[in-house]
Write a protein that binds this ligand. Sequence first.
Ligand code: BES
Ligand code: MN
Ligand code: ZN
Length: 496
Amino acid sequence: MTTQPEISFAKIDVPKKGTVILLSSEDGLSATARRCDPAGVLDNAFRVAGFEGKSGTSAEILTPQGADCDRIVVLGLGKSTALTEHSWLKLGGVAFSHARKSVEISIILDAAGVDAGASEAASVASGILLRAYAFTKYKTKKDEEDTAEDRKPPHFTILCADPTKTRKAFAEVQGVVDGVLLARDLVNEPANILGPVEFADHASALESLGVKVEILTDKDMKKLGMGALLGVAQGSPRPARMAVMSWNGGKAEEKPIAFIGKGVVFDTGGNSIKSASGMEDMKGDMGGAAAVTGLMHALAARKAKANVVGIIACVENSVDGHAQRPGDIVTSMSGQTIEVLNTDAEGRLILADALWYCNQRFEPKLMIDLATLTGAVMVALGQHHAGLFSNDDELATRLLTAGLATQEKLWRMPLGAEYDKLIDSKNADMKNIGGRYGGSITAAQFLQRFVKDTPWAHLDIAGTAMGSPSSEFNQSWGSGFGVRLLDRLVRDNYET
Ligand code: BES
Ligand code: MN
Ligand code: ZN
């Protein structure tokens, strides 16, 4: 991670140095913003630039001689009535991008007709930190654009109506930001550094936040009968691990909600080997496990009032003389047998055992799994929605709502008996691939065979966890998709 900007909050006033960022709605600037421009040059600059306060636009001036600050950047907010939480998050990201080489940046958080409170200011701060993230730990020489070694991290002062209240609001969301950044770091990390054991160590590190963490080794999983998961792991010299993270912030007697993540640290495809082009992206095949780990970080850091279990199944899908073969039949922990017709459909195999284990051990109120499960979900939805599959309409609706609020968007896809039939096998209870069509659906049907009647949702995040289009507040290959979404789901529905 790069050096993160420093952020502080102060009362609205006219800044005396550095870069000043002002906001303009389509109704114009606030009175305080006007006071930053005693020479009255902004209107002219707006006219020349054709700036009208529209969302996503900006205007910039270097201040005339004698002014206190160096530079004024005005960011358009659009219609003051159309602002959402997401607008403020984006605004923070855009503000960071305009800071460039400045060290002192002040943002005056008001505009004509706009009433930005503590939560809006906290969202701006989150946007700054999310945008500032870059995965540069392996660059020994800094790019010109990058900060020089001796450059101080930029310092943002957010000038807002109620700094005290804002500091409190920000302390809450800061944990969520840290969770997103942790997830991004894990996804970006190459597989030679991040194996299953190392991944489990990252989970264990959450103990410092009060998360209870238990690590199951390959031997433990063998005793539990997790033949589906271990079949995937057997082609790699690096042993599998499962991390079970518990955050008990709710009532003692209350059943937990559970999140389960696919943690394939690298997916070669196994004997059904993938083609070389783009295979490097498969270092991100643990995006589900990264999101679950980032989520547990977020929930613990903000002391969520809920009982939550996070389980990550970490394996490497590699290929050597011990690797499983197409046609092998494995016995899952549930007792159901699986004919492995394609060793590249490995995510469902490890999740089968993780879901079963989770359900049996915790009897959770609900289970949500996240997995970079199928290329087919990208064919269906592109990279702007993750696929949502669920056996429970209420849970699905809650997830869709959280998706809209955080703009980590989901699109519900079908499940049904006709699809389920497609994975029946002649030689075992089921096979691990369906036919040519509906690849994301047959994958979800497979998972459903391991959840019984527990309310469950499956998020196929193959298109959104990595390599998705960059945004105002994400420039990183690993996006951390799922952390803000599920934090929101918990916050809005499952806290006491
Ligand atoms: N990890 C892949 C899915 C994937 C592909 C994620 C591209 C992100 C980007 C998964 O394990 C896989 O290989 N799925 C196969 C399933 C097929 C063999 C039925 C796929 O999608 O081709
Ligand atoms: Mn695969
Ligand atoms: Zn995979």
